[in-house]
Design a protein around this ligand. Sequence first.
Ligand SMILES: *[C@@H]1O[C@H](CO)[C@@H](O)[C@H](O)[C@H]1NC(C)=O
Length: 263
Amino acid sequence: MFAVIWVTCLLQCLLMNSIGVVADDSVPDYSGDTLHGTWSSKSNQVFTGPGFYDPVDELLIEPSLPGISISFTEDGFYEEAWYRVAGNAKDPRCPTAVLIFQHGKYEVLTNGTLKLYPFEVDGRQLLSDPCNDGGVSAYTRYSQVGTYLSFYTVLDDYHGVFKLQLFEFDGTPLQPLYLAYRPPIMLPTITLNPTASGSEDSSSDETSSAVAKRSLRSLVKRNLENRYKTNAVKKQRSIFNSSTVWYACMTVICICSAAFIFS
Ligand SMILES: *[C@@H]1O[C@H](CO)[C@@H](O)[C@H](O)[C@H]1NC(C)=O
C-alpha cells in the first residue's frame, strides 16, 4: 500500500516537473521578485540608460519611435524613459512630443501597489511643440512620484517573452512592457546632479522650474541599436524556475509521506 502511494506521489512529482516549465512562468507574479531588468514597450526603440539621457551634457536623446522603458534593479532602484508623441487633429504637421527621464528608488507595497520615488534634482523633460514654440523646445526639470495601483509580470505565450503589466493609479492598464535586458541597462543609481539647487525644491508637481531651453534639433540623435544591442544580453525567456519546482515536489512528497504515516 505504501509503495502505491509513494509511486503515485513520485509520478505526480514528475508530472509537476514537466508542466512546471509552463505553469511557473505563465502564472502572473505580483510580488515584484521578477521585476528586475529593462522593460520596453512594443516599439522596442526606447530603452533606459545613457542612450536616452546623457547626464554629463544633460541631453535627452530622441529615439526613432515613441515608447516607454522602465528598468528596475534588485536592490530597489528604478529608471524610466518616456517618449510620447501626441497627434494634432487640427494640423497633422504639428505633433507635440515629450521626452521624460526620471530615476530614483521604488517600493512594492504589501497590497501590491508600486511606488516610484524619483531623485528630484535629476528628472528632466523636453517638450516640443513645433508649431507653437518657435522651434525652441522647453527643457525643464521634472519630478513626479509614480504610483501604479498594481502590476504583474508574466510570460507572454504569444510573444515568448516576459511581459510587465502596470496599472495606473485609477486602474487603467498601461500598454504592456516587455523584458528587453536582464540585468537592466541603467545610468548609475545615484543622484547625478547633486550640485543643482534641488534640495529646496520639495514639490513633486508635474510642473517644475525651467532650467534651460534648447532646440530639440540641436540635441544629438544617436543610434540606440548599434550602441546597446551588442553589449547586453537580450533576454528571451528564462528556463523554468527549478527551485520552485523542486520545492513543490518536496511538498508533495512530504504531504504524501505524512498521509501515509498518520493513516
Ligand atoms: C495600497 O496602499 C496605498 C497606500 O496606503 C494606497 O495608496 C493604494 O491605493 C493601495 N492599493 C490598493 C490596490 O489598494
